[in-house]
Design a protein around this ligand. Structure first.
Ligand SMILES: Cc1cc2nc3c(=O)[nH]c(=O)nc-3n(C[C@H](O)[C@H](O)[C@H](O)COP(=O)(O)OP(=O)(O)OC[C@H]3O[C@@H](n4cnc5c(N)ncnc54)[C@H](O)[C@@H]3O)c2cc1C
Length: 485
């Protein structure tokens, strides 16, 4: 039996970050990953001459003071090379109006949104006020939800007076803010917000928590911004792995925890589980019988979305002039597609070529329990339909594709071990966000949760914040109280 103080299950960004922080603080850490490489949903795969980002394609929190940046500084490792996305995305509602570039520069974005959505200024100002209050709170490292006195003390320390005002919106949605601002009938604005919020909160305007939505709607602008990594998304994991190597973390790849192919036993007082909590049930059968309420809670978590992702490559000259790395457009067939295009020469494709990745949300249950023939037919059908949508949107000659392939929830389940290939975390509605979410503490002593189902939610920046939170909780349980970044 091999022993360490902490075992981390999963080397996605949540697992890498928590292992790196705890090891840097002097704890002995073993990190176990079922895949042969790190990164999880923020990893990459290679095909022919191309490197494709599996899931995440853009990164928040790399600016000075942003969560990734703070963690890199603390670990004393360089940030991966990245460029700011400006515009972060161009959203085409395909309604006859001009596409909407989401500019990085604040004044440019204010002018753009006033032109695109006349009379919406009050709504954006309200979002900004809420976001500014949220941001101070988040940077004070709160623990949410609270499960014991220590968590409560951290929450109190993080609170600032403006949180008491925005706190009255705890149970409100983005639609409530629109209503307050007299914009509840502004169809174009609602359509735009629905597209953007679905990407970041898995919910639409009617269900996204006002406190969460107000912040994600400001992430593309100064002083924050979204970033495009050079080479590939893998460079984020590689940076974190360099810290693990420096501090002597026992890194084990190709080993699924509790798989049928059992070969080793590892022991630790604390275990951080970074796979989705829905998959905990299969690891904790007997104890869960005795902890019925927790079992029910996990069983009754709302159904998260799945994704179908199209990975392709083209000569740069064969895509209509593009002005952004990211596009989101309305489609009759799929509601919307989110598209990420690499930069020529950024390392993802040979010179003169680019990778183009397009993703849509899907219900995971539509893909399972199909016989092989039906599954392949469905998959081919999606491949054709997505190709057609992209050819029409970007004026691509169908003969010019250099590479095309598709991942469905089955592929995501195999790659990331996420049950049924669910992606992102839990939908950030007022019943789940913040105080009402799933805690990183579990009823099992020494078992902790971390990742995109835990506060503050999905994205590489979100899971890094949750990794920091769980690391602080574990350190505090060992008497290391005054740790902060
Ligand atoms: C299509 C798509 C697009 C996205 N786009 C963006 C984006 O542009 N920007 C952004 O910030 N976020 C994006 N996200 C979300 C983001 O990728 C995730 O929220 C984040 O990467 C999740 O990190 P994690 O460490 O919590 O989980 P994961 O990445 O799922 O990592 C968990 C790890 O645990 C391992 N594991 C699971 N079970 C076991 C086991 N039993 N034993 C050992 N190992 C195990 C898995 O192999 C995996 O490596 C996207 C996600 C998807 C799917």
């Amino acid at each position: 039996m091999k022993k360490s103080e902490v075992i981390v299950v999963g080397a996605g960004i949540a697992g890498l970050t928590s292992a790196a922080i705890l090891s840097k603080q002097g704890l002995s850490v073993t990190l176990i990953e079922s895949h042969t490489q790190a990164g999880g949903c923020a990893g990459t795969f290679k095909r022919k001459n191309y490197t494709f980002d599996v899931g995440a394609t853009q990164v928040a929190g790399l600016e000075k003071g942003g969560i990734h940046s703070r963690i890199f500084d603390f670990l004393d490792i360089p940030s991966p090379e990245a460029t700011i996305l400006d515009p972060a995305c161009i959203v085409d509602l395909n309604d006859g109006g001009n596409p909407i570039p989401i500019w990085y520069e604040k004044s440019k974005w204010i002018a753009e949104r006033e032109m695109q959505f006349p009379g919406s200024q009050r709504f954006w100002k309200l979002c900004t006020l809420i976001h500014e209050s949220n941001w101070i709170f988040a940077n004070n490292n709160p623990v949410l939800p609270i499960s014991n006195f220590w968590d409560f003390s951290q929450l109190l320390k993080a609170l600032v007076p403006s949180n008491l005002v925005t706190g009255i919106l705890l149970k409100s949605t983005i639609f409530d803010l629109l209503r307050i601002c007299g914009l509840s009938k502004n169809e174009r604005l609602i359509k735009f917000l629905n597209l953007q919020l679905k990407l970041y909160s898995q919910e639409d305007v009617y269900s996204t928590a006002a406190l969460y939505g107000s912040t994600v709607l400001q992430m593309c602008q100064q002083p924050h911004g979204l970033w495009h990594l050079k080479k590939s998304m893998q460079s984020l994991s590689e940076s974190l792995e360099s810290s693990l190597i420096k501090t002597g973390v026992n890194l084990i790849f190709g080993q699924e925890v509790n798989s049928k192919k059992k070969s080793f036993i590892y022991q630790a007082k604390d275990v951080i589980y970074t796979a989705p909590p829905q998959s905990l049930l299969k690891h904790l059968k007997d104890p869960l019988e005795r902890k019925k309420n927790y079992k029910n809670r996990l069983n009754n978590l709302p159904d998260p979305s799945g994704a179908v992702v199209f990975y392709s490559a083209l000569k740069k000259e064969h895509i209509k002039k593009t002005f952004s790395n990211h596009y989101q457009f309305v489609s009759k067939e799929f509601c919307s597609l989110f598209v990420s295009i690499s930069d020529d020469g950024d390392g993802r494709a040979p010179k003169g070529e680019v990778t183009l990745i397009a993703s849509i949300f899907t219900k995971t249950k539509d893909w399972f329990d199909l016989d092989k023939q039906t599954y392949l037919k469905k998959k081919n059908g999606f491949m054709k339909k997505i190709s057609l949508e992209l050819e029409s949107q970007f004026d691509i000659d169908p003969e010019k594709w250099l590479h095309r392939e598709l991942a469905t929830p089955l592929g995501f389940e195999k790659w990331t071990k996420r049950p049924n290939g669910i992606v992102g975390g839990l939908g950030q509605n007022p019943d789940i966000f913040g105080l009402f979410g799933l805690s990183s503490r579990t009823p099992f002593e020494g078992l902790w949760l971390c990742g995109d189902s835990i506060y503050p939610g999905e994205g590489t920046a979100g899971v890094s914040q949750s990794a920091l939170m769980v690391s602080r909780q574990i350190l505090a349980s060992k008497g290391i109280e005054n740790f902060s970044l």
